[in-house]
Design a protein around this ligand. Structure first.
Ligand SMILES: [Zn+2]
Length: 278
């Protein structure tokens, strides 16, 4: 559920709340999400440790402490917040860390699909997908040349390429649909059938849509555990009119994921079994 703009916002909000704070008490409810990669018990290991940094790496949040790294992948339903210790617990709370200023860091997850890894500082090799992330889409390494080099040899469908985190780190389902809509590219168009102009538009859309998403989520200023999707133009809008041309937004499966698009603005590059324009 939390995608790149959501995670950027979470980092901005949580960083000043937790840096320098020490963990004084740990409560673990359902431990399904926990992956303790060092010998010992989650609670015992974290007791007395203090936060020194918080950063995002693709879809991961890395909370650095003096003695450990706590790495979270929130997946579909993971939620995180810092609140006053007197607040009632977050729904589906899986664990909570009471901090030395009377606040509490909480992790909730209805689906138990998220993962929370506790490891030695900098030892991330046992965390699936952590070291194989591609270029950070918000970092200085992501520019037009880099994007064009990555897409140059691609034969996969545009949406599959866009969501490959080992290439572009990291676009989720909602922003993948919004980026392709902004670029006017059909989600199933093979990358090697895109014209140079379309690849250019694709790059521009990645940048602009993520910047827009970050501005919308940050501007909404909602609690960090909330899902901010009101600004979506095509995502989950099947049956609604396209905001650009009025054609009905459609939904299609792309490699097992639901994809939303406008069949008029995003014309397919190949013969499709289904005529999306009808
Ligand atoms: Zn349209």
């Amino acid at each position: 559920m939390p995608e790149l703009p959501d995670l950027v916002y979470i980092v901005d909000r949580l960083r000043p709340e937790i840096l320098g704070r020490r963990v004084v008490r740990i409560s673990v409810g359902n431990p399904t999400v926990l992956r303790v990669l060092v010998p010992g018990d989650f609670g015992d290991l974290l007791a007395g440790d203090a936060f020194t940094a918080l950063e995002r790496r693709g879809p991961f949040l890395r909370f650095a402490l003096e003695r450990h790294d706590l790495v979270m992948h929130l997946m579909l339903a993971g939620r995180i917040r810092v609140v006053a210790g007197t607040e009632k617990p977050l729904a589906a709370r899986r664990f909570a860390l009471d901090l030395d200023d009377g606040t509490r860091l909480e992790y909730g997850d209805e689906k138990n699909m998220g993962k929370v890894y506790l490891c030695e500082p900098g030892r991330h090799e046992a965390i699936p997908g952590y070291l194989t992330q591609g270029v950070d889409l918000t970092g200085p390494g992501f520019d037009r040349d880099t994007f064009l080099r990555l897409i140059a040899k691609e034969r996969r469908q545009a949406r599959v390429f866009l969501m490959d985190q080992t290439k572009l780190s990291a676009v989720g389902n909602a922003y993948a649909d919004e980026i392709l809509f902004a670029a006017r590219i059909h989600p199933k168009s093979p990358c090697n059938r895109l014209s140079p102009q379309e690849k250019d538009a694709f790059y521009t859309a990645v940048r602009e849509v993520l910047d827009w998403g970050i501005a919308e989520v940050s501007g909404a200023g909602r609690p960090t555990e909330d899902k901010v999707r009101d600004h979506m133009r095509v995502r989950n809008r099947a049956g609604s009119p396209c905001p650009v041309c009025g054609t009905t937004i459609r939904k299609a499966g792309v490699l097992g994921f639901d994809s939303f698009f406008c069949p008029a603005c995003q014309k397919p590059k190949t013969e499709q079994f289904i005529d999306w324009s009808r």
